[in-house]
Each structure stands twice: as C-alpha cells, then as structure tokens.
Design a protein around this ligand. Structure first.
Ligand code: ZN
Length: 663
C-alpha cells in the first residue's frame, strides 16, 4: 500500500524544517512540461554511512536500475519498441530543435519517459501527440526504421483507438480486453482469467500465496491459459539475470545475517518464480528491523492490473534517517495507548495492537513503478496474513517530502488560496511537521487500528472499501494530531500546531484538490474521495455551529475555520461511524457516505479553482530524477567506495538509463 501525495497538499507545504537540507544552493527544479514538473532530491547523510553501507547501497541501486524495462514491458506491449525508435529520433534529429514540431515531439518524448510508456501514470489515458504523423514518419525513415515496424508504431502513437487506456476500471465492460496493460496476452477475456484463478485458488488456505503476482497470462497451442512467470528462463529473463548479478554483488556487504537471508531469498525467488519463496522473503524482510540500509525490489503493487492481482515491478533503495525515526518510534511504541483512547465503540478496538514498525527513511534510488512519480510513504508487505502474523514495515520518505516542500516554496499557492496572513504564518511554522506526523499516524496507527466483528467479510465494503479505509486512517491521524498526548510525548511543541494540518486538510478536501479533476467529471480516485468525504461531511455536520465557512473576498472563495476544537470532535465522530461500518461490514451505510459526500463536485467552485490554479502555473503532477552514484574501483576491479553526484538533467538521465540498463 502506498500513500500517494496530492500536489494540492504538497504545494502548500512551506519551509519549516531545514535540518535535512545539506546544501543551501541545491537545485530542486529540473524540468517542466505538460502537466508535469520534474524535481531532484537530495540524499542527506549518504556521506555519513560506512563505506560498507555505501557499497551495499551501490549494488542495490544497480539491481534497481536493471528492472526499468520490465515495467515498460508490463505497462504495454508497444512501449519498448516505441521507446527505442523515439529515442533515436530525439537523439539524431538534425533539424531546428527549437521548431514548433520538434518542441511538440520533445514534449511527447518527455511524457512517454515519465509514464514509463505511452499512458499517463495517473489518469492511465494515452498521451495525445501534438506533432504530425508526417514528421514522425519522415524521422523514422531517416533512422532506418523498418517499414512494418514504422507503420505499427505510427498507429500506436496516432490512432486513438490503439491501446487507449492502460488500466480500465469502468463498470460493465471486459476490463482485460479494454485495458492496454500487458499482463494478459491479446485476446484473453476477463471471464477466462477469473475462471482460471478460481480453479487455481485454494480458498481454505489460511496462508495463501499472492496468486498471479509475478506472471503474465498467455494462451498455449491448445488454447488453454497458463502463467508465464517473470523469472530466470521466463519473462524478462535477461533483465532479471542482471538484477540477480547485482544482488549477489551486494551480498558480501549485507549488514547482518537477517539482511543476508533476505537478499538470498529474493535471488532464489527470481530464479524459481516460486511465490511461496516470495512469502518467505517477505517475512524475513518484514521482521528485519535492525538494518539501517533497506530496499524493496520486485513485483509489489497491483494498481497496474485491472483485476488487482499482477504486481508492477519497482524498487526503492533507502536507509533509515535515525534522528527523524525517533518520531515514528515514539508513535509506534505508544500504539496501544492510542488504540485504547480512540473515539470508537470499544467492541471495535483491538485488545492488542501488533506493533507496526515505523521509520523515517531517505530514498537513495527510485526505480520502476516508483520512478519518476513516487509515493511518500510505503506500508508493506501487502499479503494480509503476513501482516497479521509477522507485522509490516511502514515508512515515510522524508527526503522526498522535503524536496516537494522546497520546490513549492514561493510558488504563490498560499497567497492565492489561504484566507489570511495569520493562517499563512501558522502553515509556515507548523505544516511541515504536522503533515509528516499525519503521515506517520496514518501509516503506523491508522491502518493498523480497529478490528472486524467475528464473521465479518473483510471485503464486505466492496468497491467503497479503499475509500473508507483511507478515510479511517486519515481520521485516526487527524483526531490524534490535536491530542495533548503529542505534546506530552514531545512530538509537538505548541498546542495550536495541529491547526495548520486541519486548515490544509479542509482547504484541500473542499477546494484545491479539485484542480486535478477535469470539468464535468466526478471524483474517482480513492484517496481523493476520502479527503472529499471527510471535509464535506465535517462542513455539513458543523453547519449548526458554523465550524467551517466559505467566505467570499473580492469575488474569490476562501475557507475559514471558526471552531477547531469542534472540528476535532467531528473528526472523532466520523471515525467512530466509519469504524462501525468497517467492523460490522455495513455496506449500505458505507455506500451512502461515499455517494453523498465523496463523489459529486460543485461545478461553479470547481471552475473557480481551475481558473485560479491556471494563473499560478503549478504542475499537478511531480516526479524525480535520481542522483548518480559513481563507483571507484581499485586496480583489481574491487569496489573501494562510492560517490554521489547531482545535477543530471531529465533527458540525459532517461537516455543514459536506456543505454546502460537495456539490451
Ligand atoms: Zn493509507
């Protein structure tokens, strides 16, 4: 599970905390095109790791880079052949690189790089080129592209009906034949896949493997479906061999036996494709909380599959930020206190909360599905029984939130949308810390809190399950942000601090997140629905006491919060109700909440937000280039040390990855 950042929120973060920031002149802003801004992030403290740790990080980052093409291939079958030819055109173009046509081509190239293929990473829609097919056709010819290949690729780029959507979630159609993702070979239907897995699954197994996670479904000569696994000798074998090679090089530098075992099991899993081994690996990984350097590498999240089974390849290499982790350790160590005092019916509380290990990390590399767009928090493994029996790791990626924060400084957002100077000052002073604390509380405690009544189906809330689950975790965090306990624990130093996060949350939920929605459309994405649900509900229920108010100044709408204490009570009340819905599996009540508060948009307010945003020219989506690691070898080819460098621009990095980590 990943916590996705909403730029409305991120853009609002203003500087409050400089301690992670090493270089005052660090250049965070790298590139800007279409609806995207590309940033750089710093890796503070890399130089303070031991040489052994730096070597470990280095080989893990190499293993991370080698998986890039796997994701491109998973996202759509057209991606790899297209990238190869587009990059030739981009590199070899001999005409005027400032011409309108080439500029349009360059924008498309940058979008394709960012989407890890021809589809937008968030909306899943295919990119629309703004250059002519004649231009591309002529450039293909100059680069000696075979006629059949050129015809196919031109169709991929210009025919709106070819691969229109990567992941289709629309009701009432075959989700597999209408999705362009490459987890299912052409011609395979949703019904066939569902039958295939219904036969394979053992529903009595209390420790089931993650069925289908690391494979494509293909049809054999007899017309029967079978799984073609991503493993040595299977799908993407050559890339997986290079991943294994670098994991093996990392092994001697493992920090302890548990980490060594984790790497060995991962290698074994890549060799065999055995999902039972993946579970063994996940358990050892989840239980290793002592290593400072850590990583994920594999087929992890399933948002890229319309049926939610197949894992997209990704990797993040990171290490613990020890001072900042004291914050999450404090939260985690007091998990039982928070559970016992939560404003929900005692029957729905957990008698014993299994500690969610939580830490603050700095990312050293982002790869695959976590690059260039990346989550700011991760909570893994995803397997429910492993989480229940062996715990899970929850992390906040602080150098990434820091980069968002730094890049948003001075973008004019606060001046445009925040009601007055005292509120802006409050956000400046306390939003960075309360926003990070919100993420900690959401990930370490929120998702882990509460219990189902005996016999309640965990999937009872069906399509509304993820929205309500995110709302539950957010409400838990919001409620406790205002608790004096946080001052007592030394996590905050001002009883007013929580108001910064409350203001931002309501402003975002009621107004500013709408900038991501096209005019006339409903809110669909689960995290966005959750924020709308909470904010809209609190607005409605607070009306008798005028808790939240829309105020118009000079024709512009602003949010004013009149009673923060009452707002906290409302958050507690809604948490109680959503926990009841989850614990009892009350589908109808859950559906009512979502349909009433989370979906519909006021068109007039929506248009106003879009207009005000457009003037600010803030990119709705952001992502990152990675730093570059330079290994130093001795005369015998032995790695001595690793140096980190910054400053590589976006196209250079993309072209380098295609050259160095591809075949
Ligand atoms: Zn969450």
């Amino acid at each position: 599970m990943m916590k996705k950042i909403l730029i409305g929120a991120a853009a609002l973060l203003t500087m409050a905390n400089m301690n992670a920031n090493e270089d005052k002149n660090f250049n965070y802003k790298v590139d800007r095109f279409a609806d995207i801004e590309v940033l750089a992030y710093e890796v503070p403290g890399f130089k303070d790791l031991t040489p052994q740790q730096r070597k470990l990080v280095y080989y893990l980052t190499e293993a991370a880079q080698w998986g890039r093409d796997i994701l491109w291939y998973q996202n759509c079958e057209a991606n790899m052949p297209l990238r190869q030819e587009l990059e030739k055109v981009y590199t070899n173009y001999s005409g005027d690189r400032n011409s309108q046509e080439f500029k349009a081509f360059e924008k498309y190239m940058k979008q394709v790089w960012f989407g890890n293929g021809i589809h937008h990473h968030y909306s899943m829609d295919k990119f629309v080129p703004e250059f002519s097919s004649e231009f591309l056709s002529a450039e293909f010819a100059k680069n000696g592209v075979d006629d059949d290949v050129a015809a196919y690729l031109l169709d991929v780029v210009f025919n709106p009906e070819a691969y229109p959507k990567r992941v289709n979630q629309a009701d009432g159609v075959d989700l597999i034949t209408t999705s362009a993702c490459n987890f299912y070979a052409p011609g395979i239907t949703q019904e066939e896949v569902e039958n295939f897995y219904a036969q394979m699954k053992d529903t009595t197994d209390l420790t089931p493997i993650s069925y289908g996670l690391n494979s494509r479904i293909v049809r054999d000569a007899n017309g029967n479906l079978h799984e073609s696994k991503f493993k040595v000798g299977g799908e993407c074998s050559k890339h997986i061999e290079r991943i294994i090679e670098n994991l093996q090089k990392a092994l001697p530098y493992a920090e302890n036996d548990a980490q060594k075992k984790t790497i060995e099991l991962l290698i074994d899993y890549y060799k065999t494709g055995d999902l039972k081994t993946f579970d063994d690996y996940s358990i050892v990984w989840a239980e290793d909380t002592n290593s400072q350097v850590d990583f994920i590498n594999g087929f992890i999240e399933s948002y890229g599959d319309p049926l939610g089974m197949k894992g997209s390849w990704e990797s993040i290499v990171n290490y613990k930020n020890i001072p900042a982790s004291q914050r999450t350790e404090t939260v985690s160590n007091n998990a039982q206190w928070f559970e016992d005092h939560s404003p929900v019916d005692p029957r729905f509380r957990k008698a014993k909360v299994k500690g969610v290990s939580a830490k603050v990390i700095n990312a050293a590399i982002l790869a695959g599905d976590a690059y260039p767009a990346t989550p700011i928090g991760i909570n893994l493994p995803n397997s429910n029984w492993i989480r229940a029996q062996h715990g899970s790791k929850s992390v906040t990626i602080e150098n990434i939130t820091e980069a968002y924060d730094m890049a948003s400084h001075g973008n004019g957002f606060n001046e445009e949308f925040v009601i007055d100077e005292p509120t802006r000052k409050l956000l400046e002073d306390y939003l960075f810390i309360t926003d990070n604390l919100h993420t900690d509380l959401h990930e370490c405690l929120g998702h882990a809190s509460g219990q189902l009544l005996p016999g309640v189906d965990p999937d009872a809330l069906k399509a509304h399950g993820s929205t309500l689950e995110e709302a539950r975790a957010d409400l838990f965090a919001l409620y406790y942000l205002a608790d004096p306990k946080l001052l007592e624990l030394g996590l905050l130093d001002n009883p007013e601090a929580y108001k910064a996060e409350y203001y931002k949350y309501i402003l975002n939920g009621l107004m500013t997140q709408l900038m991501r929605i096209e005019p006339g459309k409903d809110i669909e994405e689960a995290h966005m629905r959750n924020r709308k649900l909470i904010s809209e509900w609190a607005y409605e229920k607070g009306k008798p006491d005028n808790v939240i108010e829309y105020v118009t100044i000079d024709g512009k709408t602003y949010i004013k919060i009149n009673d923060y204490e009452k707002l906290r009570q409302l958050f507690g009340q809604l948490l109680g109700e959503i926990q009841r819905i989850k614990s009892e599996g009350d589908y109808e009540a859950g559906r009512q909440l979502v349909e009433t508060y989370a979906v519909k948009v006021d068109p007039k307010l929506h248009q106003e937000v879009l207009d005000r945003y457009a003037k600010l020219d803030i990119a709705p989506y952001k992502g990152f280039v990675n730093p570059v690691y330079k290994p130093q070898f001795d005369a015998n080819g032995e790695l001595i040390d690793v140096e980190i460098t910054y400053g590589e621009d976006y196209p250079t990095q993309m072209l380098r990855l295609s050259k160095e980590y591809s075949f």
